[in-house]
Design a protein around this ligand. Structure first.
Ligand SMILES: Cc1ncc(COP(=O)(O)O)c(C=O)c1O
Length: 483
């Protein structure tokens, strides 16, 4: 590489020019998506063709077209007809904090490599602890995603509740955790990473409402303990992913206290409801949890990826990882809240605290109340539309903004399996059509369409039109099958 190339790469004027153009492009993109000037929520392409496009683009595409092509070829979370997976349509200002983080690249592992973001992180996590209802001993940190945060919480749990020093000496007995069968798969994955094995993941069945069946806790605990498994933690979902059902956290907290278990709440999706005056009650008991996970990039309007992991007792936030990296860290036992790498799984992480702080500074905590309350309300409105429609079944009443339903005409004589196939085919057609983006799931063998109402621009009318579109699409699919 010649030096002049490096000079070109770091040329501030070049950066400024491209940056200005990009901001203008993104501003138009926001207008076009939020106001539906673009019909499409997704321009679907099959993976092989997409791969081919980018391979060719690297060879012969115009570099000026790069951002436009990316915008065309991705899923538009800001479009009101985006009702798919649980990622936020980020507040645009957080795209700017993302840019600052990327340019400054302060790796955060130690205080000197991110003084402002380290201090800012403490400000926002202290506020979150207070909002949860934790006392003065609480503390937390930010980490890269709910999956990693749940794993970290379970490692903290093991350290706190298992006497044997597993971290340094390995396992001396079989350990286990209890979790509802409906919990997000990352809990299962975390337990496997920790070497608990299948037998160490004690899955509690869900009841009719898809929440953990509390009446089964004692039976499962006694049965697995009798087999020699030392159960050290129990996980509650707030809510679980497929249906958005909330576990009864206060009942789980009570059980955990009786059995001396670590109580962890996976609030990756709905933990943000601690801010909702109307829906906070869904999280009753969260303040009793030893640890809580809340994703910023789900219900808190932030870009991927930023997650808060909060602990009732700050010492657990500090002591999870006791391995030493002496060139980075002091060995002191003091509360080194400012040295991120001592507490987090990651060594280097992004300056993700900037996203949280800028929302608080510009709009205040009320923004989270407004957003969560609006989206949860909207799911109840949608549930009513589904219930009143003769061609649809609702899986369960939504408790969050996740809603599962299926096309099932009242006069049908199709079998359950045929209806499953029809719903799967409808969802595929909708994906290819691209006006709406919604997803799908299987609940107890039945195929459902699944929506998560993540977008603050989605209104009742969009959802009514979605139902109309599904009916029309189902008619076309049925005709194609029969022809
Ligand atoms: C309840 C729940 N927990 C954890 C996760 C994983 O979080 P992340 O995608 O931030 O790793 C998800 C993701 O959808 C989730 O719904």
């Amino acid at each position: 590489m010649k030096n002049h190339l490096l000079e070109e790469i770091y040329n501030p004027q070049h950066f400024t020019e491209i940056g200005h153009r990009l901001i203008t492009t993104l501003g138009s993109y926001l207008t076009n998506t939020t106001q539906e000037k673009n019909r499409q929520t997704i321009n679907w392409n099959v993976p092989e063709k997409e791969f081919r496009f980018w391979k060719d683009f690297l060879e012969s595409g115009q570099k000026e077209d790069f951002f436009d092509e990316v915008l065309k070829r991705t899923t538009h979370t800001h479009h009101p007809k985006y009702v798919g997976h649980q990622v936020a349509a980020p507040a645009p200002i957080t795209a700017l904090t993302g840019m600052v983080s990327s340019l400054l690249n302060n790796g955060m592992a130690i205080y000197e490599m991110g003084m402002a973001p380290s201090a800012i992180e403490r400000v926002v996590t202290d506020m979150l602890c207070e909002q949860i209802g934790y006392g003065e001993h609480a503390a937390g940190f930010l980490t890269s995603g709910g999956t990693l945060a749940n794993l970290t919480a379970l490692l903290s749990a093991r350290k706190a509740r298992v006497e044997h020093d597993v971290w340094n000496k390995g396992y001396s007995q079989s350990l286990g955790i209890m979790v509802c069968e409906e919990a997000h798969y990352c809990i299962d994955r975390a337990a496997k990473i920790m070497g608990l094995g299948q037998k160490g993941i004690i899955k509690i069945p869900a009841g009719d409402d898809f929440s953990m069946d509390i009446s089964k806790l004692n039976e499962y605990f006694e049965r697995e303990t009798a087999k020699g498994i030392h159960i050290f933690a129990i996980v509650g979902s707030a809510p679980s992913t497929a249906t958005g059902a909330h576990d009864y956290l206060d009942a789980i907290a009570q059980f955990a206290a009786q059995k001396n278990l670590w109580f962890h709440v996976d609030g990756a999706h709905g933990g943000a409801a601690v801010y909702s005056k109307k829906y906070r009650h869904l999280l009753n008991g969260i303040e009793l949890a030893d640890s809580v996970v809340i994703d910023g990039h789900k219900m808190m309007l932030m870009p991927t990826i930023t997650t808060a992991l909060l602990f009732k007792n700050r010492k657990h936030a500090q002591h999870t990882f006791s391995q030493k990296a002496d060139y980075l860290l002091n060995d002191s036992e003091e509360d080194e809240w400012f040295n991120s790498g001592k507490k987090t799984f990651e060594c280097t992480k992004t300056m993700m605290a900037l996203h949280w702080f800028i929302l608080l500074k510009f709009y205040g905590e009320q923004v989270f109340d407004r957003f969560v309350t609006r989206q949860y309300n909207l799911a109840r409105t949608f549930a009513q539309l589904v219930r009143e429609h003769p061609n649809f079944d609702l899986a369960i009443e939504p408790s969050s903004n996740i809603l599962c339903f299926r096309y099932r005409p009242s006069d049908t004589n199709a079998s359950e399996e045929e209806l499953n196939e029809l719903n799967a085919a409808v969802r595929q057609r909708l994906l290819e059509d691209g006006e709406y983006y919604l997803v799908q799931t299987r609940l107890r063998g039945t195929h459902y369409l699944r929506t998560t109402l993540m977008n603050p621009f989605t209104h009742k009318e969009h959802l009514a039109l979605l139902l109309d579109k599904i009916v029309k699409t189902a008619n076309v699919v049925a005709r194609d099958i029969n022809s």
